[in-house]
Write a protein that binds this ligand. Structure first.
Ligand code: PA5
Length: 447
């Protein structure tokens, strides 16, 4: 079995290998802090050893619940926001057949998402779609009080109870939340829902390898054991004992910090397969919430190429030179399509006849890399042998490990997110939520 590989060759026109490797002691110090749990946010380091600590019993319980939902339901709604849905969506979107999504050919339920926005139209269309459909709900919230998720759950639960009766509905709802506290825990206990626990020491954006990610992924029919195995192998490959020069997470953390120091303030995660869009969304949350604080941090952006080469490509080629790219490159696609020969050749494409579409995609990738590097955009490449559960597991752990290291090197606490409370306070004040009377009075004076 191969591993994913980090390639920083196309960064070295901008920052030399020596300059990157000069970060070794800082990165190793960060690694010591992580592993000895002595740095900031040390109470949220459960993710570090999650892959090696997940037991066969844990996985069997998740799989059993997933099988029940798969048997019972034609659709399953994953209600959650941020770290409570992006990881599972990233895997499911990457591995699902995009065109069978709403009408799976096998017995898999359709996976739908809710609780990640407050759009009335979205909820109206979702509930309309679910009318008369036998559906289940996986309600995920660590705090148990997130408004977007709680609101969607209230609406979906009401509909499910109306469609199936309260007793049946109760069997089709699973709650994933804190072990003891929070409104969702209380509700789940009172209603008798099947529950799973999000460990106290695992923050939302690091929770994909807990039931938060694993249950929806298993319900969608994907192999959670392979996902975990990939993460386990990457845990070993990025361990503190692995020398810096051989440690991909440490080199990635060093490279992005060095580029940031040299004025590259924006990192764009690039993919060449639309299936990877949500891997980008997951990554954006992981790095954005972890790095962006104390008036510091690389801004994480994402693009889907070649689609976005026809829109954002101009900015990337010739806009302000404050960016670098990290390209996820998939070596071998899972499917095969060849370009047919056309005797009239009116489109002039016969020079491609007999070639695989991926060959064209790969040349677009290479041509873009050369153009962007010529345009002063450093390129990091992450080479993934193919798209499957195992390599996505490797990718998740690689990015998580590098994120923790990167934050410590930058000098921030990568495991908190105090900034996300600001909008919530204002929203609650504007909605007259009990307990927010003072804020309510103050904010109304500003309107
Ligand atoms: O990373 C985080 O902690 C956040 O993005 C949370 O995942 C998100 O806000 C959802 O929180 P909760 O699971 O408490 O509903």
């Amino acid at each position: 079995m191969q591993n994913i590989k980090l390639n920083i060759d196309k960064v070295q026109n901008f920052v030399s290998k020596e300059n990157i490797f000069a970060y070794e002691s800082k990165v190793k110090e960060a690694s010591k802090q992580l592993h000895s749990k002595t740095g900031e946010g040390k109470d949220f380091l459960g993710w570090l050893t999650l892959p090696s600590e997940i037991s066969e019993e844990d996985l069997a319980e998740i799989q059993e619940t997933a099988d029940l939902l798969r048997e019972e339901c034609d659709a399953v709604v994953v209600a959650g926001i941020g770290g409570s849905y992006l990881g599972s969506r990233a895997v499911i979107d990457a591995l699902n057949n995009r065109f069978e999504w709403l009408a799976p050919k096998d017995d898999s339920p359709v996976i739908l998402y809710a609780g990640n926005n407050i759009s009335e139209d979205y909820l109206a269309e979702l509930t309309e779609y679910l009318r008369g459909v036998r559906f289940g709900i996986i309600n995920i919230s660590k705090s148990g009080t997130t408004t977007e998720t709680a609101l969607a759950f209230r609406i979906l639960k009401t509909q499910l109870e109306q469609q199936e009766g309260k007793e049946d509905a109760q069997k089709l709802i699973v709650a994933i939340t804190d072990e003891k506290k929070g409104a969702l825990r209380e509700l789940a206990t009172k209603e008798g829902y099947k529950t799973f626990v999000i460990p106290d020491n695992v923050g939302g954006r690091f929770s994909v390898l807990t039931p938060v990610g694993l249950l929806p992924i298993a319900v969608a029919g994907f192999d959670i054991r392979q996902l975990v195995r990939g993460a386990q192998d990457m845990q070993k490959l990025t361990a503190d004992s692995v020398p810096f020069v051989e440690n991909p997470a440490e080199i990635y953390a060093a490279t992005r910090n060095r580029l940031y120091e040299s004025g590259k303030k924006i990192e764009i995660l690039v993919n060449y397969h639309p299936k990877l869009h949500y891997i980008g969304e997951w990554w954006k949350q992981l790095y954005g919430e972890s790095d962006g604080k104390d008036l510091k941090g690389i801004f994480p952006a994402g693009v889907d190429f070649s689609t976005d080469l026809h829109s954002m490509g101009q900015w990337i080629q010739e806009g302000e030179r404050s960016i670098f790219e990290t390209v996820i490159s998939i070596a071998e696609p899972n499917k095969k399509v060849e370009v047919p020969l056309d005797k009239d050749n009116l489109d002039g494409l016969n020079f491609l006849a007999g070639k695989r579409v991926d060959e064209v995609n790969k040349m677009a990738e290479l041509g873009t890399q050369i153009a962007h590097v010529d345009g002063q955009v450093p390129n990091i490449r992450i080479e993934v042998p193919r798209l499957n559960e195992y390599y996505i597991g490797q990718l998740f752990y690689f990015f998580e490990k590098a994120c923790g290291l990167s934050g410590y090197v930058l000098g921030v606490n990568p495991f908190n997110q105090p900034g996300v409370e600001a909008y919530k306070k204002n929203m609650f004040a504007l909605l007259n939520k009990p307990g927010f009377e003072k804020e309510s009075e103050e904010i109304k004076k500003r309107l």
